[in-house]
Design a protein around this ligand. Structure first.
Ligand code: PBG
Length: 323
């Protein structure tokens, strides 16, 4: 009797077979490219802890956005770095704020590229927290007011989708109500639903100068130990009207992505965050692993786990590999 009967290697013998039985493929349409926008003109500052990523002034952001569109990537997500920060993050919901101006410029000059905005006050608060702080405590419901206004000003500037990342309770419902009242009932919300309190955001906070000046974010972002609670977060954002739910970070939370996939019929996004990007970059630069292969394998694993969309600083590099 032939042994073994099952020879899984049969279908691995040639490239045609491997292509025929490949279960997961990446496409340019899977990606959302994050961009940081700063005040000024002609500014292009490389972010020290994120090699290959830049803080761009609006004029250069538009050029970058055009390049992203030309690669076939359907969307960018914008993060603003304002000139002035205060305790309420008011530059974040100024109709003439940095992100609001950036949205207008990109929508004017790069038609057909979707502009998503991050809705959260941490980049705009002098204390670096994602909520209004009083006596060392985060005020949930007061923060919702800021988020509503921020989302509305983004919509008024022409944003195609808003993405609340603050983790306050009730923000999706609050933003949905605000958008509906303001005449944007068809503007979708991508909720950072299961956002963990993660050390992998460190390079982003360096990029956006948004590290908390006291304490940490454990009173609003999730405990990395909790999987069931992540599903409750997802359920509540779905009930409140989210159109897409996000898991963040991605690679250390592939189990959460897979469980979310089994639980909801909504599209799922995963954010391969700054620290995930920088780790691969650093190891690649040191010659410890092949950066391109590590990039593609990490992205494939996120898709395979069940994410439909991936927010990643690798978006442009990955798409170049697909061509
Ligand atoms: C909050 C926000 C953060 C990131 C996306 N939105 C920072 C944080 O929560 O500290 C992190 C993204 C990354 O690390 O790439 N506005």
């Amino acid at each position: 009797m032939a042994f073994p009967i099952q020879r899984l290697r049969r279908l691995r013998q040639q490239d045609s077979f491997r292509r025929m039985v490949r279960e997961t493929v990446l496409s340019p349409a899977d990606f959302i490219y994050p961009l940081f926008v700063v005040e000024g003109q002609g500014r292009r500052e490389e972010i020290g802890s994120m090699p290959g990523q830049f803080r761009l002034s609006v004029d250069l952001l538009v050029k970058e956005a055009a390049e992203v569109k030309a690669l076939g990537i359907p969307a960018i997500i914008l993060f603003g770095i304002p000139a002035k920060k205060d305790d309420r993050g008011s530059s974040g919901y100024d109709p003439n704020g940095i992100v609001q101006r950036a949205i207008k410029a990109v929508k004017d000059q790069v038609p057909g590229l979707a502009v998503i905005t991050d809705v959260c006050i941490d980049e705009y608060t002098d204390h670096g927290h994602c909520g209004i702080v009083k006596d060392g405590k985060i005020l949930n419901d007061e923060t919702l007011e800021c988020l509503r206004t921020m989302a509305r000003t983004h919509a008024e500037a022409g944003a195609d989708m808003v993405a609340p990342s603050d983790m306050m309770d009730g923000r999706v419902a609050a933003i949905r109500a605000e958008l509906d009242q303001a005449g944007f009932p068809e503007l979708p919300i991508m909720a950072y639903a299961a956002k963990f309190s993660s050390c992998f955001y460190a390079p982003f906070r360096d990029a956006a100068y948004s590290s908390p000046q006291f304490g940490d974010r454990q009173s609003y972002q999730m405990d990395p130990a909790n999987g069931r609670e992540a599903l409750r977060e997802i359920d509540s954002d779905v009930e409140e009207g989210a159109d897409i739910v996000m898991v963040k970070p991605a690679m250390p939370y592939l189990d959460i992505i897979a469980q979310a996939r089994a639980r909801t019929l909504l599209p799922i996004a995963a954010y391969q965050v700054s620290g995930e990007y920088s780790m691969i970059k650093a190891a690649g630069r040191a010659g410890w692993l092949d950066e391109t292969r590590a990039m593609m394998e990490s992205l494939l694993s996120i898709r395979r786990a069940g994410a439909d969309l991936i927010l990643t600083y690798f978006a442009k590099d990955a798409v170049r590999q697909l061509h």
